[in-house]
Write a protein that binds this ligand. Structure first.
Ligand code: UD1
Ligand code: CA
Length: 453
């Protein structure tokens, strides 16, 4: 791809039709913000350096994308898509680009391949102003492509006048443009906002370009739904569903067994080894990786979790920012919170919660346990109902449990506390001081048995 093509995403708008105060481009599809997809597609095609115009709640958008720091352009007042381009134009010219590929920030299903084919076609035709058009049975709120007298222009739905523009054909503007900067920069001053929205439209560059004798090209992508914009909650979830199917199909094709696939939601960054088995309903998000031979059963939610080879995650588990090494068993009904680490062959069973804790190789916590800020050594056994009391109301404290230690059921380990290797804690103990390796600790009231009155 030609190195002199810059990339610009228009993402400053409020997204009024979303009826939410959050910036529209931060609404998520399968766990990733809408803007992530556009940025990804453009960066895949053109390399780093994608510029993004932001405005409405700009600070929130910037905070959500720390990696893009320095590549945002502020459109303080959102005076329209043409105005957004004008704000970015000095930067694009300074960067020495010959062309810029501009995309609306609200069409996350558009792929790098599709954009690449458009750019190739536009460059091949030596177009000064090129845009993608698609065909819709009902042009709805989209800008309509009008071809009259050999010319072409885009008329926004609100401004459409059948007596002037003729009956709408169903060919609409997809909101993706390739612009030759030297040709287009002088046109920006000619944009006017005397339209129904009172905005400066990027789409007017098509008519202005044609009138100025520039080479204007519409590249028709037929009925490709990937180009549909997301403006409302209904459109958001419809696009998300299409994306979901695309991603699930990709994994099925790559050798992942996905049962009840219609209810499996997999984010775009999730990596699944061939041979992995999943069963829906199931949600896998973020930077989740599942190694070969692993199975994840239904009704589980995993976000940013590394699952090792041959692990089984049983139903109804909730795992986030956690690591599960090869051969572990998890659940059913287990919760791994951020910082939970299961080393090889460890097991957590039902109603076990872990946070910032490591369970050593082969160690087990099979039932009804809370491990917070805890390190458990190899092959230790944590009995049912064990609770690490890690919080004194002000500070969090550490618990260390040695290798081969055995914690009897229903014990409370009051941190900070260390249980040595091979130590035994009697059931029902409240342990408030360290237990040396190999020792037996009992911290409970002695049973009293008397005759009944
Ligand atoms: C726009 C096009 C329309 C096209 C449709 C395709 C214009 C005038 N119209 O309409 O022809 O059919 O996309 O989906 O461009 N934005 C800014 N600054 C602004 C205004 C908008 O950055 O001042 C951004 C928005 O955040 C959004 C994008 O530009 O990502 C498009 O704006 P939107 O209001 O969604 O335009 P549409 O009405 O959908
Ligand atoms: Ca839109």
């Amino acid at each position: 791809m030609d190195k002199r093509i810059g990339a610009l995403i228009l993402a400053a708008g409020k997204g009024t039709r979303m009826k939410s105060d959050a910036p529209k481009v931060l609404k998520t599809l399968l766990g990733e913000p809408m803007l992530w997809y556009g940025e990804q597609a453009l960066a895949t095609l053109l390399g780093e350096g994608v510029l993004t115009v932001i405005g409405h709640r700009a600070e929130a958008v910037e905070a959500a994308f720390p990696d893009l720091a320095g590549r945002f352009v502020l459109q303080a007042e959102q005076l329209g898509t043409g105005h957004a381009l004008s704000v970015a134009m000095p930067l694009l010219l300074d960067a020495g680009y010959s062309h810029v590929l501009v995309a609306n920030g609200d069409a996350p299903l558009v792929t790098a391949e599709s954009l690449g084919a458009f750019v190739t076609e536009a460059l091949g035709a030596a177009a000064d102003v090129a845009f993608v058009s698609i065909e819709l049975p009902d042009p709805g709120a989209y800008g309509r492509v009008v071809r009259q007298g050999g010319g072409v222009r885009i008329v926004e739905a609100k401004d459409y006048d059948v007596s002037r523009d003729g009956p709408a054909t169903g060919e609409i503007n997809a909101g993706v443009y390739l612009l030759r900067l030297e040709a287009v920069a002088p046109l920006l001053a000619g944009l006017r906002n005397d339209n129904k929205s009172g905005e400066y439209y990027i789409t007017d560059l098509v008519g202005l370009g044609a009138a100025a004798g520039l080479a204007v090209l519409a590249v028709n992508r037929g009925d490709d739904p990937a180009y549909l914009g997301i403006n409302s909650p209904r459109e958001l979830v419809a696009a998300e569903e299409a994306l979901r199917r695309r991603i699930v199909d990709g994994h099925l094709d790559a050798g992942v067994v996905i049962r009840a696939a219609g209810a499996v939601r997999i984010g775009p960054r999730v990596a699944l080894a061939p041979g992995v088995e999943l069963c829906g309903p199931l949600e896998l998000y973020g930077d989740t990786r599942v190694a070969a031979g692993a199975t994840v059963f239904s009704h589980s939610v995993l976000a940013n979790v590394a699952i090792g080879a041959n692990v089984t995650v049983h139903s109804f588990c909730h795992l986030q920012d956690a690591r599960v090494a090869a051969g572990c068993q998890v659940g059913p009904y287990a919760r791994l919170r951020p910082g939970a680490v299961l080393l090889e062959g460890a097991k957590i069973g039902n109603f076990v919660e872990m946070k910032k804790s490591t369970l050593g190789p082969g160690a087990k916590a099979s039932h009804l346990t809370y491990l917070g800020d805890t390190t458990v050594g190899a092959e230790a056994n944590i009995g049912a109902g064990t609770i690490t009391c890690n919080y004194d109301g002000v500070h969090k404290h550490q618990t260390v449990i040695g290798a081969h230690a055995f914690i009897g059921s229903n014990s409370a380990l009051v941190a900070p506390v260390t249980i040595g290797d091979g130590a035994l804690v009697g059931a029902g103990s409240v342990i408030t001081s360290d237990v040396p390796g190999g020792a037996l600790a009992l911290g409970r009231g002695r049973q009293v048995t008397k005759p009944r009155k």
